[in-house]
Design a protein around this ligand. Structure first.
Ligand SMILES: [Zn+2]
Length: 301
């Protein structure tokens, strides 16, 4: 089954978004050589990001989801666009933790809950929109729900998860989000709440059925109107120019070091691990740009 994102309306009063990103999550696992906890973090974060990107309106709109929980997994980041092309990384994909109390992987412990979830939306305006909320648990789904509640004043049910095969590759990854629209009636709200347990079963049902079929099963007895079906993709849009800017941002001292000590540098893209080689001559060129930037900054230009 290929990755898919489905949008629907529930009773005409609540927006439903569901995604299966199993292929994307497996690609991310392989790219980052992630161990189980890292894989689940990547899968959950990408599922949330894909569903958030599906709310963008214009072709050039971009969205970044960043989680800094202070846990051993380190910073988690996913970024994508209106086209549902998403890339993701976790600072420590090989993070390992003792089992959680309930016996499962301790995702909240690995991510940490002593920090913030930040969403940056670049909507082509002068300044990007930024929303930042304190983390609830580091389990990602709850934290994204908190973001919607506090930063967008949009109470939402957000469920994301990733299930692994015995060999620790991805069996299933995806998510489901329900957002009541303004004026949503009590009956619809109660209906969503009553089905909370079923919503958690989304990935299991999905293994035997289409996303539409699964949604019909979960929201049995409620009216579902399917609006849209799209294909999300895990892909990186890095290039030499972008990585050059990363080198420049390291600063003059660091660049000098790379020239003098190593006579060049290999810089890897965080998101896809692609390596870019820079010769000492190329680094000298970037060093000049870094210097120009600094002097321009000093003159207040
Ligand atoms: Zn890349």
């Amino acid at each position: 089954m290929s990755d898919v994102l489905v949008k629907a309306l529930l009773n005409g009063e609540a927006a439903v978004c569901a995604c299966d990103i199993s292929k994307m999550a497996e690609q991310a696992r392989a790219t980052h050589e992630a161990l189980p906890i890292g894989t689940i973090i990547l899968g959950r974060t990408m599922a949330a990001t894909v569903m958030m990107c599906a709310t963008l309106k214009n072709k050039k709109d971009k969205l970044t989801l960043m989680i800094n929980g202070g846990g051993p997994a380190g910073t988690v980041m996913a970024t994508g666009g209106e086209d549902l092309k998403v890339k993701a990384y976790v600072a420590n994909p090989q993070v390992d933790m003792p089992r959680a109390e309930k016996g499962g992987f301790d995702i909240g412990g690995a991510v940490g809950a002593a920090g913030f979830l930040t969403v940056i939306k670049d909507l082509g305006l002068k300044e990007p929109f930024m929303g930042k909320v304190e983390l609830v648990s580091g389990e990602i789904g709850e934290d994204v729900a908190q973001y919607y509640l506090l930063s967008e004043q949009q109470p939402s049910v957000v469920y994301v998860n990733t299930w692994l095969e015995v060999d620790m590759t991805v069996l299933n990854a995806g998510g489901l989000m329900v957002s009541p629209l303004p004026g949503c009636g009590e009956e619809t709200l109660a209906g969503v709440e009553a089905r909370a347990k079923e919503i958690v079963n989304f990935p299991l049902y999905r293994m035997q059925d289409s996303v539409e079929g699964v949604l019909r099963k979960i929201f049995d007895g409620m009216e579902l109107q399917f609006l849209e079906e799209r294909t999300p993709v895990f892909t990186c849009d890095c290039n030499r120019d972008r990585l050059s800017r990363v080198v420049i941002s390291l600063g003059e001292e660091e660049i000098n070091d790379m020239i003098e000590k190593d006579n060049g540098a290999q810089i890897k893209c965080h998101f896809c691990n692609k390596a870019y080689d820079f010769s000492a001559d190329e680094l000298r060129e970037l060093l000049r740009t870094a210097k120009d930037n600094r002097e321009r900054g000093k003159n207040g230009e």
